[in-house]
Design a protein around this ligand. Structure first.
Ligand SMILES: Cc1cc2nc3c(=O)[nH]c(=O)nc-3n(C[C@H](O)[C@H](O)[C@H](O)COP(=O)(O)O)c2cc1C
Length: 225
């Protein structure tokens, strides 16, 4: 190889390597950028709910309305509502708040007394933990009314988790109290959340069996997806 062709050969190899490097650096950068940044129009929605389906065989007509039976499965009213919301939102995750020690749901009178004592004593039952709250920017937060208040497991959840910066929309079921003051309470417990209490929906328990369309319409007008 003469001097010219050797130089030419080296130049060609260097140019080739530079080109290969440039291609991989740029394409790797693109891949990196795609995988690490969340597109601004990508909503991450989570339905969180608490619900306590009662199984007292002596319940009267009204109290029996604390549950819904779908495909032989006993669901709590709020649980049923949460499942309708999840289905209406499509591909949305759902999380059920659960206490470490389950409540005895076979005796309504006893449960009512226990709930009253827990609320009066600011008792906060231990919960099974949620790990991945960070990845969601919108929370639909559901619960039943207990003694015109939040259930104590919901207090536990709100004291252990921070909704800062997240859009939070409440929903729930009740036996006549509506939301009572629970929306004000949530706003106080989560001062850094973008809490949309006025956009919430609560359903009277006697109407829950026939409320599917109303719930779906409500979800749709929230325009979350
Ligand atoms: C311990 C307890 C206390 C309740 N207190 C009230 C109340 O003060 N006001 C009300 O409207 N409903 C009250 N309810 C009725 C529930 O809010 C209603 O049945 C709700 O639909 C139950 O939802 P769930 O099946 O998802 O738990 C109470 C229910 C329980 C179990």
């Amino acid at each position: 190889m003469n001097t010219f062709s050797r130089r030419h050969f080296i130049k060609t190899v260097v140019a080739g390597l530079t080109g290969i490097c440039a291609y991989y650096c740029v394409s790797n950068h693109k891949v990196y950028a795609q995988s690490s940044s969340i597109p601004t129009n990508n909503k991450h929605i989570l339905v969180i709910y608490y619900s306590l389906p009662e199984s007292d065989s002596n319940l009267n007509e009204h109290r029996e309305n604390s549950t819904v039976t779908i495909d032989n499965q006993l669901l709590g009213n709020t649980q049923y509502m949460a499942m309708i919301i999840q289905a209406a939102l499509k591909n949305t995750d759902i999380f059920r708040i659960e206490t470490v020690t389950p409540y005895d749901t076979t005796d309504h009178a006893k449960l009512i007394e226990q709930a009253k004592n827990e609320l009066n004593n600011n008792y906060r039952p231990a919960l099974k933990q949620i790990n991945n709250l960070d990845q969601y920017d919108t929370i639909l937060f559901g619960y039943p009314i207990w003694w015109a208040d939040l259930p104590t497991p919901v207090y536990s959840f709100l004291s252990q988790n921070d909704f800062a910066g997240k859009k939070v929309i409440p929903f729930g079921t009740h036996g006549g109290s509506g939301f009572a003051n629970t929306r004000t309470t949530i706003a106080k417990l989560q001062p850094n959340a973008d809490f949309r209490g006025q956009n919430g929906l609560t359903i009277y328990r006697d109407r829950i069996d026939n409320a599917k369309n109303e719930i779906v319409d409500w979800v749709n007008q929230l325009s979350l997806v």
